[in-house]
Design a protein around this ligand. Structure first.
Ligand code: HEM
Length: 501
């Protein structure tokens, strides 16, 4: 009996495998041979490679092809190499690709479920429209003094560490303190106290939310690889404990402001106004959006900032040039770095771009096809002349890491070379617009301005005050934790700080 059952199961699996993995073959789309059940991401599922590396390797192998048929376990996905096709996905034919291949039901996870990143269709449109006014240039100018204040506190914190004989700090740890202080101040109008108390409330919430522990990493893998399982198994990104703590922070602060008639130029104030002026915007929406701002605002920016400091530390010639630009800007502005001046610092901008190119925090994105779409490379394109029709429900893989390290678009891609992003070198630019660290089109990162501003402010003040070098505790060449969906270097990025006299 058992043998018969076994033969039945094996036969069933064989036909399932054959049917699933013939999807691209039937459509004449080229691609590597998939592995039983795991498709092309087996090495990532077993922790041997990151998901970004899996797709980047396929990207390299299929040089000259505009797209490649791959499988995320048993889900057919189209990995897109052609920059023209990418433009269609992000901008030109946005209607066909408007959803991310991530979805969190707000009934399961009331904080992340209301985040635009995890929302779909018209609900996404409504939420995006509601939040957009909080991220305009004029809003950034309003919150800038709050960010400047935190940057100065970061400098005092590093100074204090040095005075206590501690020159060596872990970059991500330092940058998380900075971004947590920023979002606590800009989202809730509170001081997080991360520089004085390593166990402060916000740091504790952050540790529970996003620390690359195995369970949180596993949740991210499920959300990326089999998104529907998150809802089927009622898995929450933000645990009930963290949600309740964030809710208490928001309600206590709102209560205090209402009783004391306090007005502050921050995100929470905007949410309070929305509660008053918008039908169907209830206190839970206010909590979810303020909490989302907190969650989105600190982690991505702290990873980007930590790599920028590391690259600057590793390249003394870049550091000298950057410090010169900062000092010149400060000299011309009474020892200060006002918003407009910071925004015009070209070399700082180039360093940030180059660091994001070399260390992309999201090495692959996934978009969902929502309306049938056909693509054929143009006759002038350098890609092979093959076409494809993408059906509704197909997952599109944007191989960010593959594109950012392709020598066709970036000379000597392994080299940290900020000069490639300077205006004077634009005439040599061959990148065909593939550099999109914040995405593009209607779904571009809503917090791009805020993220860049907080990184630039903190890095400029730090580099002005300290010379930075890499400490031997950093394990080089860097190796990344394959379980963590964003970039997490094993052992951390340890940097030495020395006061500039
Ligand atoms: C340097 C830091 C950051 C990076 C590299 C980054 C990157 C990204 C990327 C790649 C996307 C996806 C874009 C797409 O789907 O095409 C995204 C979406 C998003 N980001 Fe950011 N982000 C950063 C900072 C922030 C900050 C500071 C906030 C808010 C305070 C934020 C809020 C969001 C939201 C809400 C979305 C979803 C937008 C939508 O789907 O409409 N991000 N981000």
């Amino acid at each position: 009996m058992i043998v018969v059952l076994l033969i039945f199961v094996v036969t069933l699996l064989y036909f399932l495998h054959k049917r699933t993995f013939e999807y691209w073959k039937k459509r004449n789309v080229p691609g590597p041979k998939p592995t039983f059940l795991v498709g092309h991401i087996g090495e990532s599922l077993f922790g041997k490679k990151s998901l970004g590396d899996c797709f980047s390797d396929i990207y390299k192998e299929y040089e000259g092809y505009p797209f490649i048929g791959v499988y995320k376990m048993m889900t057919p996905c189209l990995l897109v190499r052609d920059p023209e096709f990418l433009k269609c996905i992000y901008v030109k034919n946005f209607k066909s690709f408007m959803n991310n291949d991530f979805f969190i039901d707000e009934k399961v996870d009331p904080v992340m479920g209301k985040n635009p990143f995890f929302s779909r269709d018209n609900i996404w449109k409504e939420r995006r429209a509601l939040l957009t006014p909080n991220f305009t240039t004029s809003k950034m100018k309003t919150v800038f003094p709050l960010l400047e204040n935190v940057s100065q506190k970061a400098v005092s914190y590093i100074n204090k560490q040095i005075d206590c004989g501690e020159n060596c700090l872990e970059s991500k740890n330092l940058c998380t303190k900075i971004t947590l202080e920023n979002v606590a101040s800009c989202a809730f109008g509170l001081e997080a106290n991360c520089f004085n108390d390593p166990n402060c409330d916000f740091q504790d919430i952050a540790n529970k939310f996003m620390s690359p522990d195995k369970w949180q990493a596993f949740k991210l893998i499920i959300a990326t690889v089999i998104p529907p399982l998150m809802n089927m198994l009622s898995i929450r990104f933000v645990t009930k404990e963290v949600t309740d703590r964030l809710r208490k922070i928001v309600f206590d602060t709102v209560d205090y402001r209402e009783k004391n008639n306090v007005q502050r130029p921050d995100f929470l104030q905007s949410m309070m106004q929305l509660k008053e002026s918008t039908k169907d915007f209830d206190p839970d929406d206010m909590v979810a959006h303020a909490a989302s701002f907190f969650v989105d605002g600190y982690e991505t920016s702290s990873i980007v900032m930590s790599f920028l400091l590391y690259e600057i530390a590793k390249h003394p010639e870049v550091q000298d040039k950057l410090r010169q630009e900062i000092n010149d800007a400060m000299d011309g502005n009474g020892g200060k770095l006002p918003y407009d001046v910071l925004m015009e610092m070209e070399y700082l901008d180039a360093c940030l771009n180059e660091s994001q190119r070399k260390n992309p925090i999201a090495p692959a994105f996934f978009k969902l096809c929502t309306e049938k779409f056909s693509y054929k490379p143009t006759t002038t394109s350098e890609f092979k002349d093959i076409d494809v029709t993408v059906d509704v429900g197909t997952v599109m893989v944007i191989p960010v890491q593959g594109l950012f390290f392709d020598p066709k678009y970036f000379d000597e891609p392994d080299k940290f070379n900020p000069a490639r992003f300077l205006k004077e070198n634009r005439k040599y630019d061959r990148s065909q617009g593939v550099f999109r660290p914040f995405g593009d089109g209607p779904r571009v990162c809503i917090g791009q301005k805020f993220g860049m501003l907080q990184i630039k402010a903190a890095v400029a003040h730090t580099i002005q005050a300290f010379s930075v070098s890499v400490n031997s505790k950093t394990k080089e060449p860097l190796e990344f934790d394959p379980w963590y969906m964003m970039l997490s270097p094993k052992g951390g990025l340890w940097l030495d700080f020395h006061k500039i006299k």
